[in-house]
Write a protein that binds this ligand. Structure first.
Ligand code: URA
Length: 424
């Protein structure tokens, strides 16, 4: 087989055989195809797309480039979000679903750019380890029903190499490539039931709802074709999810929800996602599952699952009862309203970029995030603020001059000045 023929076929929208796709993925992973040829093929995919059977073959080839997780557990479930700003749903949905009898086996990545990874968030809890052996992971799952481990080096090495190349060549935003990248890792993690939360909006990969719907439908079909119970939902990421953005701040907010202290859009999304998982796993009709999800939180059972999981993963579980044990920033700054105003929108992407300036994310995969850094947003679209009210508060232990952050943070807010009737 020949990579130039393969590039030419995709360039002319001619279908590739499974054998060609397998050969290309294997050869590239083993170093037999140089980056410039693989990048040319990736660009051809970006421009011309792939058929569904090519996407399935690419997904399988990437899954089979490494190990598949085999757990000695009868049925596991997984919930995956395509990433967004302030998305701490795993920390709430995982314990809530486990409290309802499911076994939530989650393998997650670290964040890159402004989208925070679940592993980073969890590691803001003192002592908590996510580099667990398969035996330890299984033991925790059998005990509490919920555990999160970091993605192993041997899981989908093809995706690791291809994703790095896509990042460097402007070939990330392709629906079949995103689908194959995510689904290969999900299939290698091997859960029986898979719930996919596909985000759309300013803080998501998919800026347009239509694209998110196409990606969601494709991922659901690929999951089902691979023999999984699979469902994809499309949710909004134009506005940050919840009030807190940043690793420890997001754990704090997740704990506030699990402690029954907070409701709102984040709580609603988490109970809905938990209900979807329960329904997918055959626990009942949607309304009954929604009630079970709410009760798992109101009864404290979900918090108890989280507490026990933290302890078994080596973390300081006292954090569940004492939020002050989370890392706290040494510097903070309140951005205040200069006039009476109505908040029209809070742009997720700008909030994400602001949190990056504070040190909460990673510009390169070697960066170490400031666990205490982030933003607490005090307003949502439709709110009326008086002059002097706090719009948002910035936290950081690595940044002490908040001038640039304040400009960027203010840029995230579109408001209408009430005195002048003008909008900004
Ligand atoms: N997340 C992934 O793992 N891969 C993509 O291509 C996009 C988001």
């Amino acid at each position: 087989m020949n990579i130039v023929d393969i590039i030419n076929k995709t360039k002319r929208s001619l279908p590739l055989s499974d054998a060609e796709i397998n050969w290309m993925v294997k050869s590239f992973t083993e170093g037999g195809i140089p980056d410039y040829q693989m990048a040319a093929w990736l660009m051809a995919v970006c421009l011309n797309g792939l058929t569904e059977s090519e996407t399935l073959a690419l997904t399988y080839a990437m899954r089979d480039s490494g190990d598949t997780l085999e757990l000695d557990i009868p049925m596991t479930v997984d919930k995956h979000s395509t990433g967004g700003i302030g998305d701490k749903t795993t920390l709430i949905v995982g314990p809530a679903a486990a409290a309802c009898g499911l076994c939530v086996a989650k393998m997650s990545g670290r964040g890159l750019g402004f989208t925070g990874g679940t592993i980073d968030k969890l590691e803001s809890i003192r002592g908590l380890r996510t580099d667990l052996s398969t035996d330890k992971f299984t033991e925790i799952l059998k005990t509490t029903g919920f555990s999160v481990i970091s993605q192993s080096e041997t899981l989908c090495p093809a995706d690791k190499k291809i994703y790095a190349l896509r990042n460097a060549t402007g070939t990330v935003d392709s629906i079949p490539l995103i689908c194959a990248s995510i689904m290969s890792k999900k299939l290698a993690t091997n859960a029986d039931c898979l719930l996919l939360d596909v985000k759309w909006g300013s803080g998501a990969f998919m800026k347009k709802r239509d694209d998110a719907e196409r990606l969601a439908a494709l991922m659901e079909r690929i999951g089902k074709a691979a023999g999984k119970k699979c469902r994809a939902v499309v949710t909004d990421m134009n506005t940050p999810l919840g009030d807190n953005v940043g690793n420890a701040l997001e754990v704090k907010e997740a704990l506030e929800i699990l402690r029954g202290e907070k409701k709102g859009a984040l709580y609603d999304l988490c109970t809905e996602l938990t209900a979807q998982l329960l329904e997918l796993a055959g626990k009942g009709e949607h309304d009954a599952c929604l009630k079970m999800a709410a009760q798992a939180i109101s009864s404290g059972k979900a918090l108890d699952v989280f507490r026990r999981t933290i302890a078994l993963q080596g973390g300081d579980a006292r954090v569940c009862d004492d939020l002050s044990l989370l890392p706290a920033a040494s510097n903070s700054y309140r951005l205040r309203a200069v006039c009476d105003m109505e908040i029209l929108s809070v742009n997720s992407e700008e909030i994400g970029m602001t949190s990056l300036l504070l040190g909460a994310g990673r510009l390169t995969s070697d960066d170490i995030p400031d666990m205490s850094a982030g933003i607490v947003i005090n307003c949502k679209p439709g709110d009326i603020l008086s002059a002097g009210d706090t719009i948002m508060t910035f936290y950081s232990s690595v940044c002490s001059d908040f001038t640039e952050t304040a400009f960027r943070g203010l840029n995230a807010i579109r408001f209408r000045s009430i005195e002048e009737g003008s909008s900004e």
